[in-house]
Design a protein around this ligand. Sequence first.
Ligand SMILES: NC(=O)c1ccc[n+]([C@@H]2O[C@H](COP(=O)([O-])OP(=O)(O)OC[C@H]3O[C@@H](n4cnc5c(N)ncnc54)[C@H](OP(=O)(O)O)[C@@H]3O)[C@@H](O)[C@H]2O)c1
Length: 191
Amino acid sequence: MSTARASFTLIAVASRDGFITGPRGEPPREWASPEEQLLFAESVSALDWSFMGRSTHVEAWRPDRRRVVFSRSFRTPLWQHPRRLWVDPERVAFETILAALQPVHPPARCGILGGVQVHDWFAARGLIDAADITIEPVVFGGGLPLFSHGATNDPAAAMAALGLVETNVMTLNAAGSRLHRFSRPASRARR
Ligand SMILES: NC(=O)c1ccc[n+]([C@@H]2O[C@H](COP(=O)([O-])OP(=O)(O)OC[C@H]3O[C@@H](n4cnc5c(N)ncnc54)[C@H](OP(=O)(O)O)[C@@H]3O)[C@@H](O)[C@H]2O)c1
């Protein structure tokens, strides 16, 4: 199976200064707007598979969702639940992971749901095709960034560095929460 058939969208919510948690690790459910949380739930429901790190999986426990959970504890991919594949992506080829998903549910539209090292992993391999980033009107001054390294904490600049361009901005509420959509121009699409 070819990875060209699967698309990967990074879906995240960030503070105005680019943090995905509060300074003491506060998760989105404590500070994201109800509008973002609703949109996020709808977006994730429409995905074939969500890719995330162990901490995010445990914190946002959803047995009904199809998930690929990254963890270094697994020498080989392991189905611990019919909809949950645990895998160390450093020890198995990405094509093999996608092929393992196929019989359960074809991985056509996939989401990258964090946290930081998972964002880093997909960014380093040029696998982020699109991004839906909601910026909430809060400033944290600290917390987990969208990516662990980079010249900037500005999500738009981080997306530009990945070759993605902003295609749409949607205001979600009167407080000023805004969903920014980014995608890869067709001329620079992954092969
Ligand atoms: N604002 C947002 O949109 C957003 C999105 C996602 C998460 N969050 C927040 O971010 C926090 C969690 O993020 P986090 O970055 O601390 O943790 P995380 O990425 O969810 O989980 C970290 C763990 O995942 C595994 N992992 C991650 N990358 C891996 C890789 N490349 N290879 C193998 N294993 C890998 C490792 O598990 P092992 O230790 O088992 O090896 C690692 O310790 C939570 O508070 C969550 O609420 C916010």
